[in-house]
Design a protein around this ligand. Structure first.
Ligand code: RB5
Length: 149
């Protein structure tokens, strides 16, 4: 069952068009909040991904998902993963999307906008949304992510 009810969006200029595309597809079925960016003007991804990740981080609620976009998906994911409760996964094909939910219970998904077609992105996000976290041994591993050495 799909538990996600709220989606927070964030992008830089490289992900802006894809963010708008996905937002339009999802606004009827989810409560959405958009942290920008709001145009294709060059910006720093950090300025938009920090507020998005911070929002999801503070919710501590499985009903919330962040979807973030930059050129490679890397800068956005690296930024989001600074937050203690965030598990941001870069989604770039169907199998990775399935496993990001089943094994990692990602609460933010990061899209490499310059390397995928719009419909590929829509497809892998939908696949992610339909998947369920497996729990069990993966739950133990997720708990250990917060263990710092
Ligand atoms: C912007 O040119 C690009 O560097 C950014 O979108 C992202 O790919 C960074 O990781």
């Amino acid at each position: 069952m799909n538990k996600i009810k709220f989606i927070a969006f964030g992008s830089d200029h490289a992900g802006y068009i894809y963010k708008e595309f996905i937002k339009k597809k999802f606004y009827k079925n989810y409560n959405i909040i958009d942290f920008g960016s709001f145009s294709e003007k060059k910006v720093d991804y950090t300025d938009y991904i920090h507020p998005t990740a911070s929002y999801i981080n503070n919710k501590k609620n499985d009903n919330y998902l962040g979807i973030i976009f930059c050129g490679t998906g890397n800068g956005a994911a690296i930024t989001a993963n600074k937050y203690i409760n965030i598990r941001a996964a870069i989604l770039w094909n169907e199998s990775i999307a399935i496993l990001a939910k089943k094994h990692n219970n990602a609460n933010i998904i990061s899209i490499p906008s310059r390397f995928l077609k719009k419909n590929e992105v829509l497809n892998i996000i939908n696949i992610f949304l339909e998947e369920k976290f497996e729990g069990g041994r993966h739950e133990n591993r997720i708990k250990k992510i917060k263990n710092l050495y």
